[in-house]
Design a protein around this ligand. Structure first.
Ligand code: C2O
Ligand code: CU
Ligand code: CU
Length: 515
């Protein structure tokens, strides 16, 4: 692509874009989807897109900061029945006073940004009634949680405006871990998350080897506000690289003071649409105890934590310093298109540590190894021909170009096409290859996977520890092999978890069938 030409074009100013994607009306999936009749197009909202690259941003100094970290609000169960979690979530547009004296239009789960934390136990029956009071379709996807496809908020099952639906599933044994939930409607996931929709979902185990530790959540999201404290539209750079809000928040707070005064287990979530986090705190060592899908094999000590969009990690801290410890996110170069990053490190919080490091068992979890029976490959790529001659394109042609740029196995997502098929319970080895020039985090629905090996520049490395993930980052030209088994019949998605790439079609359908 010609970066300079693109910048020049961009400087021409304001242009409104929508991603043109007419929904083909195919009936092949009719049998699999009772909601087929609702599979209409819900295109990217044009009002949410701007090509103006110089939006005046809200001054971070005017955003409340340096206050004590508040725990996430909990979603309360409305039943006393044992082993049952039953609750209601209303999704609505609402003005929140994020900044004193200013009303920011947000989308909220029960009036909250971030949404309420859901905490359940393995074996629980979960019944969540969702009322969509937005003027647009949405879904709730239980990211990483092993729920049946019909209950997983697939884009094929939208909750239309002013309607409700009940998600109903049972939490499998062995799935204790740190998850999250967010919307997943086709074309508008990125927008709805940017507007405020995302929440934590924690599954606990009845006999947890770490039950002696108290817990804390660091739910990290980023908010992009304009100078009028309104959530800003996406720029073309956002569509190409994924949107990064300039206010990086923990539990909705800017640069909070966090005090760790008990023996604490900290669950850290990267729920940003596209922002990569590389956490570091002076004098602090992070003892990793868990990843996306729960406890890892054994505790591993690291100086730094890398969290691609959508990744989660569980840690305990070891510190030689006790107060005024700066928690920072170190600049990570992910080879963005068109954009020159300032390469600055970001202050996320100030830590106060009053604990002695807890003693941890030497083994946290055992993993068994099963040989794969099937093999698959997913190639991530970008079609840079789409950028060619951009300055001469009409608005309609630009839309088409964006909607044809981000590919999996050479194709743009089609809701009605099955890209891959798997059998229930069968162990598979997937090779994910990034043949593009930018990082992309790969995510698959419905099951956790283990990383088997990583290959970059001809050098293959084995993972440092055994762990379960549902999202894994790939650097340009990297290949990662994973082992996975799907345990439910039905339709799953796999995609890049930079939400703008997902919306632009860097996604595929996996059909899981009976053996
Ligand atoms: Cu959080 Cu389809 O993903
Ligand atoms: Cu997911
Ligand atoms: Cu991507």
């Amino acid at each position: 692509m010609d970066r300079r030409e693109f910048l020049r074009y961009n400087a021409l100013g304001f242009l409104s874009i929508s991603v043109a994607c007419a929904m083909p009306h195919s009936h092949d999936m009719h049998d699999m989807h009772e909601h087929h009749a609702m599979m209409q197009d819900s295109k990217i909202d044009t009002s949410f897109i701007t090509l103006q690259e110089n939006i005046a941003l809200f001054d971070p100094k005017k955003f409340p900061n340096n206050e004590n970290l508040k725990p996430l609000s909990l979603l309360h169960s409305q039943t006393n029945k044992t082993k049952t979690f039953s609750a209601t979530i209303e999704i609505k547009e609402q003005e929140l006073e994020l900044v004193k004296g200013k009303k920011t239009k947000c989308y909220t789960y029960n009036g909250l940004v971030p949404g309420p934390k859901i905490e359940v136990y393995e074996g629980d029956e979960v019944i969540i009634n969702v009322k969509n009071s937005l003027n647009e379709a949405t879904t709730i996807h239980w990211h990483g949680v092993p729920v049946p496809p019909s209950q997983d908020g697939n884009p094929h099952d939208p909750i239309l405006p002013n309607t409700q639906r009940t998600y109903h599933f049972t939490i499998p044994q062995g799935s204790a871990g740190t998850y999250w939930y967010h919307p997943h409607p086709h074309y508008t996931t990125g927008k709805q998350v940017a507007m405020g929709l995302a929440g934590a979902f924690v599954i606990k185990a009845k006999n947890d080897v770490l039950s002696h530790l108290k817990e804390q959540d660091w739910f990290i999201s980023d908010l992009g506000l304009d100078n009028n404290a309104q959530i800003r539209a996406n720029t073309l750079g956002d569509w190409l690289n994924g949107r990064e809000g300039h206010l990086v928040l923990i539990n909705g707070q800017l640069q909070p003071k966090i005090s760790i005064d008990e023996r604490q287990r900290i669950r850290i979530y990267n729920c940003c649409s596209a922002r990569y986090l590389k956490l570091r705190a002076q004098g602090v060592k992070f003892v990793i105890i868990g990843t996306d899908g729960g406890l890892i094999e054994k505790p591993i000590t690291q100086q730094e934590i890398f969290l691609a969009p959508s990744s989660r990690i569980e840690v305990v801290l070891q510190s030689s310093k006790l107060s005024d410890i700066k928690l920072e996110s170190i600049y990570y170069d992910r080879d963005k298109m068109m954009i020159q990053d300032s390469k600055e490190n970001l202050l996320l919080a100030t830590l106060q540590i009053k604990q002695r490091p807890p003693t941890l068992p030497s083994v946290l979890r055992t993993f068994d190894t099963k040989k794969p029976k099937a093999f698959k490959q997913v190639v991530m790529s970008e079609d840079h021909m789409q950028m060619h001659g951009m300055s001469k394109k009409t608005q309609e042609e630009i839309k088409q170009s964006l909607a044809n740029m981000f590919l999996l196995n050479g194709k743009v997502y089609d809701m009605n096409r099955i890209d891959l098929t798997s059998r229930v319970g069968e162990v598979e080895e997937w090779s994910i290859v990034n043949k593009s020039h930018m990082d992309h985090p790969f995510h698959i629905h419905g099951a956790q996977f283990e990383v088997i090996s990583t290959t970059l520049k001809g050098k293959t490395t084995l993972p440092q520890f055994r762990a379960f993930y549902d999202t894994i980052n790939l650097k340009p030209n990297q290949e990662i092999k994973i082992r996975i088994a799907q345990n439910f019949e039905g339709l799953r998605m796999f995609h890049c978890h930079i939400l703008e790439h997902e919306d632009l079609g860097m996604m595929g359908n996996l059909m899981v069938t009976k053996t």
